[in-house]
Each structure stands twice: as C-alpha cells, then as structure tokens.
Write a protein that binds this ligand. Structure first.
Ligand SMILES: [Zn+2]
Length: 315
C-alpha cells in the first residue's frame, strides 16, 4: 500500500527505536527487488529516486512504476524524492504524486537553505506531502580527504534546532561522519560522531533524523564485483572501498535516526550479479535472464539491511 502519512511512519519508528530503510530506485528490477525484500521482512519501506534517476528514467515513468508497485505491496511504501536540489524538480515531484520529498540546500548558505526549505514546506503542506531537509554537508566519494575538513561540515546541534523551528521541515538529514559512495573513509576506520548526534536529538527530540551515506559496503560483495570488473574508471572506487559498520548504524538508530538510506550497497550487489551472469553464463541471450539474478541480489541485500535497521515485522 502507498503510505499516505509517511511522517507518522517515521515518528512511530522514532518511538520504537528502529529505522525505515530508504532504497534508491532507477529501474524495474531494483524496484521489484526492494519491494520483495521489504515484503518478505514485513517491513515498511521508502522507495526513493534521485534527480539522476529522474534524468535517466523520467519522473512520470518512475512515479507510475513505484505507485503501482506500492499499491500492490503488502507493506506500507513511501514514494520519496532523494536529494532534490532543483526547486523545479521538487515542485514537480509534489505535483506528480511523491508522498515525501527531500529538499537539499546543504550546498547553499545557511540563510538560503532556510529560505528555500521553508518555501518547499509551504508547497508540500498544501499537497499533504512530507519534507526532509539537510543541514551540514554529507561528504561524497571524492570530497574532503582529511578528517578535519570533513568535521568542519558536520551538523551543528544548536543550528539544527534553529533550522527546524524556522523551516518547519518534518525530518532532517544530518552530517555526522557518513559519506556517499563506496569510500566512506580514506585510511582509518570510520567513526560516527555519536555524541554530536545525541546533542542534536536532545534539541530536536520530535524530529526524525535521517542518515545518508550509510551503506555497509560488504567485503564479500566488493570481492565478487572486483572479480568480474576491470578496476578501471568508476570501478577503481572499489579499491579500498569501506562502508559504515552495522554496529555504528545501530548506535545511530538508538539515538534518533529513523530513516537510513542505502544506495551504494544496491549498486554493488546489482553490478556484481549482472557481471557474473554475463561472464559465467555465456549462453544467455534473454535480457530477463541477465537481470533476474540482479533482482534477487537486491532482494537479499535489502533483507540484510532491514535486519540491521530493526524494522522487520513493523509493516
Ligand atoms: Zn544522500
């Protein structure tokens, strides 16, 4: 079913100290793998598309596909825009039937971020859509090599309170040490700033917090992908790839995080399965036979993530 009240789902998760998994959809097989994984675990789930996915597949196509899958699903499904940076895209998403949108003004000045987020909240309220905002900057794969540079972009707790009060946003993505992409840490192991998270949560108690860039980047999946790829171009990123340990994600969930995003793990799982099928099953000609193993791989990784987030049986 389509979750018409996504904020209630998050607030319930906040009270119950578990997190709802948010997984990125770019095509039909990803969507089906995610929904099947969530249904098998009886877990509510957030289906999200980035601006890049919209560029690739089209907003109307993605919404139609996600809405149909959600209506037929036996668990609540939120249809969410991930990292909307372009206000026109965010407004279009609200009109097209997304039940939740993220406005990401984290690269703007604080005042501009407040202004634009408040504007999105006004549009969304009128349509009954929830709004996630971002404060602080969540690092990307190539960004911020030094620990000092990364910490300078972390969310400031007092500012988070001011931001939530001034914008009226429903949930807040925070920067406490996670990063987008396969390289979450350069040399040393990653340590999330849990004391900072506790201070933020104590100040904005009722606001669900969101953890981005939280993929686990499992060694066995990286190894499997490496076996079949050139390690050139984008695949070079798998060299020394490092994710966020499950124990740290659980600690974050115990302290106010109730939505956790996963994209990189899905990419690795999907690519590993497709590459393996191409190499190991040279007689395959039917695209369905090429992509079905990837869909199964997505279902498996979604199942594993849901177990970490504690949302099993909550749908
Ligand atoms: Zn993100």
């Amino acid at each position: 079913m389509i979750a018409k009240q996504p904020l209630q789902l998050l607030q319930k998760a906040l009270r119950g100290k578990y997190a709802i998994g948010a997984f990125n959809v770019n095509n039909l097989e990803l969507l089906q793998g995610i929904v099947r994984g969530a249904e098998a675990q009886r877990a509510p789930v957030i289906l999200q598309t980035s601006e890049g996915a919209i560029e690739y597949a089209g907003m109307a196509e993605l919404v139609a596909m996600m809405s149909t899958a959600a209506q037929r699903a036996t668990v609540p499904c939120v249809i969410h825009l991930d990292h909307g940076k372009d206000l026109d895209v965010v407004r279009a998403a609200i009109k097209q039937g997304y039940t939740s949108v993220m406005y990401d003004g984290s690269s703007l000045s604080y005042d501009e971020n407040v202004r634009n987020t408040a504007k999105v909240v006004r549009w969304a309220r009128a349509a009954g859509v929830m709004v996630e905002a971002e404060l602080g900057a969540i690092a990307g794969t190539e960004d911020l090599v030094s620990v000092e540079a990364r910490e300078a972009t972390y969310t400031i707790p007092e500012q988070a309170l001011d931001f939530v009060e001034r914008t009226g946003c429903d949930s807040l993505a925070i920067a406490i040490g996670t990063a987008h992409g396969a390289h979450k840490a350069a040399v040393t192991n990653i340590v999330l700033d849990i004391p900072r998270l506790k201070r933020i949560h104590a100040l904005v108690q009722k606001t669900p917090l969101v953890l981005h860039g939280a993929s686990s980047v499992p060694d066995e999946l990286v190894g499997e992908t490496r076996m079949y790829c050139s390690m050139l171009g984008d695949c070079q990123r798998l060299d020394g790839a490092q994710g966020i340990p499950d124990t740290q994600v659980r600690q974050a969930i115990a302290n106010g995080v109730c939505k956790v995003n996963t994209d990189t793990d899905l990419r690795i799982a999907f690519t590993a399965a497709v590459r393996e099928t191409i190499v190991e099953q040279k007689d395959v000609f039917d695209p369905r036979k090429l992509l079905a193993p990837a869909r199964d791989a997505i279902q498996r990784i979604v199942t594993q993530r849901i177990a970490v987030f504690g949302s099993k049986g909550k749908g």
